[in-house]
Each structure stands twice: as structure tokens, then as C-alpha cells.
Write a protein that binds this ligand. Sequence first.
Ligand code: ZN
Length: 141
Amino acid sequence: MPNTQTINGTCLCGQIRYKAVAAPLFQAHCQDCRRNGGSAFAALVFVPIESLNWQGETHSFCHNSDSGNTMTKHFCSNCGSQMFGTNSAKPDRIHIKVGTMDDAKWFQPQCNVWASSRLPSTPVSPDVKDFATMPPAPTKK
Ligand SMILES: [Zn+2]
């Protein structure tokens, strides 16, 4: 079980500020989030949705996952920084984009999801397990 973290962060322009105090539920690199984040992959931390509070105006965009669930991306209404994401199949959790965190040195991805989409130039760590698509849902403890 990961330690409880106090996670603070902001968007590029500073309009959005957030805080979550939570033991992360899941930490991952996602190779399928390239278009959304404009980078080679996304670094994500999932926390219980009730642990996250934010100030400032976000806009959101919904799209369907391969499994047919509604994915909602929340981004700053002013500067467009991608901040958070939710999945209709798991409404009790939300992911935070690690790149928006003030201090993310503790971040340790547990796996690469959608590794089948990895760009050839993306470094691979032998300590981080690959899943070709999404791993099976973790069992509740
Ligand atoms: Zn902003």
C-alpha cells in the first residue's frame, strides 16, 4: 500500500490549483494518452475522487474508451493544461496528470498501460511491468 501523499499542483497559467491528500490507488505511464497530453506518454496518479479539491474553472471533453466507457478529461479553461481524468466505469476515482504536480519526486509507476502503442524511442524500465492494453481491475482490499 503506497504512503499517503499530500499532492499539490497547478496548471500552466495558475488559474487552477488543486490539493489531494490520499494514498494513490494506482500510478502508471499510459502510452495511449499521447494525443490528449501532446507528449510521448502520460504519467498518471489515480486517487479517490473525494480526496481531490480544486479551485479555478476547468472545461471538460468526453470520449469513449475502447471498452465503451465514457472518459472525461478536465483541462484549464484559460491555458488548456490537461489536469484530471475520470472514467464512467470507475466513478470513485480520478487521475491527476503528474506533470501538473508541484512535487512529484515520489511518483513511481507500477506499470505501463497500452504498452503496445509505445513509441520506439520511449525508454523502458525493467522494473515497470508492461500491459499491452489495460490491466485487469485491481481487487479491492
Ligand atoms: Zn491555466
